[in-house]
Design a protein around this ligand. Structure first.
Ligand code: GLC
Length: 798
């Protein structure tokens, strides 16, 4: 079933059936003021932190009675009422038409009912710390219409989400609301701070310009009414807000306006919500009296986002690929980059920092679009690396570089709940930094001096050396990096001295990269160290090959995990992909390992993380056994791992397989089976239930997942074959043999590249010739210094 479609030209996803299988969400705002909105206007807003800056309420894990940004309309002659978004009133869909356009940081929802149309544009202006809902209401009938409109939001009573939900004997008694001119003002802890000490006094406002206000409520119960819900508020039903304010109960902002519209006439109402005091609110509201402000702010938002996304655009025979790479996967990468795992309809904001690996991975997804934005965060993450080379498992939002405790200090463990280093965290720096230097050409980055989390400082080059040393100082009995607390897989505890092949492959990759770099820097001592160390690591890894697959690891007690003979979890996805990505696996091993993935793990929705799932034969460290079979880490289709699989197949030149895995796991491919996938068809989730589940194909945990960046990298570096290094760009696509070719537009170090890939012989990979501005070049490589400002590049496969 299909609920919407991609509008590639406008970079929007258009939902024309509002009864979607889940709330389908978009992100508005910035780290200073964040907001999420569903296709029916459900959602919540916060200043800076979903946990500590929450302004409006939400009901997580639910499709029932969701709070949101609602505008009700009432026909005062017929007494019928509805909402400008299908929910919350929920009129029958044969008489109510709704179209939601989710765009880049704005959402427009229009409706048509009983001869009245409405269009509401929701957004947070660039640089602003408040949100705007602009409603245009039009009378399409042939008689004058007497209407009442009601804008409504349910405030929290406390900025702290948990306090607001749980500590009711306190938070119910700290707020009151007042009506001030054209707005409801909510006062919290009003008397606090009058002595000029640190204050918990806050004010929020919900105001309106565009028409006189004819009624209002600041008290939730009086607007909704007893034993009612958002779908049938008493004030709307009766056409009258009572004027009641909140004092010691729950607050809301509700603003009524009575308007008459002549046939064909439109009226524009602008609602603004934010955490501001009276004077600031007045100033903001007054600024929206100026005609055209909303349109120009929305234009500015489009310009801001579209110009970023336009730094890499593809045009391939696959609509799903174009829509994901050009718009939605790219936008999701920025969202994960900004919000990490902080706030969504699943994450309620209580995570108190950045996961080290998560963020270093997230950065990868935007490097090809905005390398310098990425560099800022790379510096930040390097400043969260401990001087022993390991990453802080959790980097606090108020990270104080140079002055932090580490997992070796009991205070850190107590404060963050993270008892130990992870084996993989700092190893993610290698592909991320390599990608940044490739995209930017900024080789001097390796010489930048950056502090360590716990004090001291060093060049980036030496930070990376220490990351390698961290692993080398913690080898297990078989000469591979020890599992420590865990590796990428949060649910796999091999034991402190247990060994992970996934981490060993990451280290192998890191050593190759550093080998190249050290050679270039004439650091011969380090080159010879790496020669020896990598050889020994290679020997250890060679012993991990088990006929047609790599094992997953070796437990502290010596038992192999992921051996072919095992009754459960005998085949794991990540070690196979990473054996290829790391450059370790021989051609024969790569082909066999990928074939085993296809034979054992592949499903119509992507490849499973492991098979068979743990049911009876788990060990204590196989924490994933607590999940239902074929769910999450217990044999679910872990979406992030699809990205590494796509990359691995591409690196091998297997364009058909790489693209098949893209298609199976891509949200866009499920657009016409949206009821089965449930999640937004334009957004990656954390995992998809696999074939043992009665709900195979259903995906979970939308938006904030490492899937976004990893699949992006798999597609851009892998399928598109865009592999920059410090001196230029390899263009070596791996595409379906059936494609005649495709084109790419790329901004590379300030220069425009228009790339045409031709595939006359219908191969999957292999560059037969490459010309730059009409001149033939060797191989698949474009040296950066050969580029003009505008470049035509032709790549012929064969
Ligand atoms: C979640 C975590 C991530 C972890 C993955 C696999 O996505 O955020 O850090 O690597 O699960 O367990």
């Amino acid at each position: 079933m299909q609920y919407g479609y991609f509008d590639l030209k406008n970079k929007e996803y258009v939902i024309d059936r509002p009864d979607t299988p889940a709330p389908w969400v978009n992100y508005l705002g910035s780290p200073e003021y964040g907001a999420m909105i569903s296709n029916n206007a459900a959602g919540y807003s916060f200043v800076k932190s979903g946990a500590n800056g929450r302004i409006s309420r939400f009901r997580f894990n639910s499709m029932m009675a969701l709070p949101g940004r609602y505008i009700y309309l009432r026909d005062n002659d017929t007494k019928d009422y509805w909402s400008a978004t299908w929910q919350p009133v929920g009129k029958p869909l044969d008489s109510y038409k709704s179209v939601c356009r989710h765009g880049t940081a704005y959402t427009v929802i229009s409706a048509d009912y009983a001869g009245i149309s409405s269009e509401v544009t929701y957004y947070v202006p660039i640089g602003a710390t408040y949100e705007v809902w602009r409603a245009v209401i039009t009378n399409n009938s042939d008689k004058p219409r007497n209407l009442s409109t009601f804008g409504f939001v349910e405030f929290t009573n406390d900025n702290n989400y948990e306090q607001d939900q749980v500590n009711l004997q306190y938070t119910l008694f700290i707020t009151r609301t007042s009506f001030e001119g054209n707005k409801i003002l909510q006062h919290i802890n009003e008397n606090d701070g009058k002595d000029a000490t640190g204050s918990n006094h806050r004010e929020r406002f919900f105001g309106m310009v565009g028409a006189p206000i004819s009624g209002y409520n600041g008290n939730l119960d009086s607007f909704i009414g007893p034993y009612r819900t958002y779908s049938n508020p008493i004030a709307v039903e009766q056409g009258k807000c009572t004027g009641e304010m909140n004092y010691n109960s729950n607050a809301c902002g509700a603003l009524q306006s009575d308007i008459t519209l002549q046939p064909g006439e439109s009226k524009e109402l602008i609602f603004v919500l934010g955490q501001k005091d009276n004077a600031q609110a007045n100033e903001i509201l007054a600024s929206y009296e100026a005609a055209g402000k909303v349109d120009s702010e929305v234009e500015a938002l489009k310009e801001y986002w579209h110009s970023k996304l336009n730094h890499f655009q593809v045009s391939t025979p696959s609509d799903a690929f174009n829509n994901m790479i050009n718009v939605w996967n790219a936008y999701q990468c920025f969202i994960t980059f900004i919000w990490s795992r902080a706030a969504s309809f699943v994450y309620c904001g209580l995570r108190n920092g950045y996961g080290y690996r998560d963020t270093v991975q997230d950065i990868q997804g935007i490097i090809h679009l905005d390398p310098e934005l990425a560099a800022e965060k790379i510096r930040f993450m390097l400043s969260a690396q401990v001087d022993n080379g390991g990453g802080l498992p959790l980097v606090k939002f108020d990270h104080n570089a140079g002055h932090e405790n580490t997992p070796d200090d009991p205070e850190y463990v107590k404060e963050t709940g993270h008892p130990s280093y992870r084996a993989d965290d700092a190893l993610w720096l290698f592909p991320t930094i390599r990608k940044y230097v490739g995209e930017s050409g900024n080789k001097a980055f390796y010489d930048e001096v950056i502090v360590y989390a716990n004090g001291g400082e060093d060049t980036v080059y030496n930070h990376l050396k220490r990351a390698i040393r961290f692993s080398m100082e913690r080898l297990g009995d078989h000469n591979m990096p020890a599992g420590l607390h865990a590796d990428w897989n949060d649910c796999l505890r091999l034991g402190k001295k247990g060994e992970s092949t996934f981490v060993a492959f990451q280290l192998y990759y890191a050593m190759s990269m550093m080998h190249e770099l050290a050679a270039e820097r004439k650091d011969s001592e380090y080159v010879s160290y790496l020669d020896k160390a990598q050889k020994a690591l290679g020997e250890a890894l060679a012993a991990c090959w088990d006929e047609d697959r790599f094992i997953r690891g070796i437990r502290e007690d010596g038992v192999v995990v992921g051996a072919k003979k095992d009754p459960e979890a005998s085949m794991w996805l990540n070690p196979q992909s990473w054996s290829v990505i790391s450059g370790f696996a021989s051609k024969e091993q790569s082909d066999k390992a990928m074939q085993s993935v296809a034979d054992i793990l592949d499903t119509p929705y992507g490849a499973k993380l492991l098979d068979p799932p743990y049911i009876d034969h788990y060990f204590d460290g196989a924490l994933m056994h607590i999940f239902n079979p074929d769910t999450k880490e217990n044999g679910g289709i872990f979406s992030q791992s699809q990205g590494w699989l796509i990359l691995a197949e591409s690196l091998l030149g297997h364009g058909d397989d790489a693209f098949r895995y893209f298609e199976e796991s891509s949200p866009a491919s499920m657009n016409d089976k949206a009821e089965q996938r449930v999640l937004e068809p334009y957004v990656h989730g954390q995992f998809t239930e696999s074939t043992a589940s009665p709900y195979a194909g259903r995906s979970h945990v939308h938006w904030l997942t490492g899937t976004a960046s990893t699949v992006m990298v798999g597609c851009v570096e892998g399928i598109c074959g865009m592999r920059p290094d410090a001196d230029g760009l390899h263009i070596c696509p791996s595409i379906p043999a059936a494609w005649d070719g495709f084109t790419m537009e790329k901004l590379f170090r300030g220069k425009q590249l228009s790339i045409t890939v031709k595939n006359p012989n219908h191969v999957q990979s292999g560059v037969a010739s490459l010309t730059l501005n009409g001149k033939a070049l060797d191989g698949d490589y474009v040296p950066a210094d050969a580029l003009a400002d505008k470049n035509e590049i032709e790549v012929v496969l064969g």
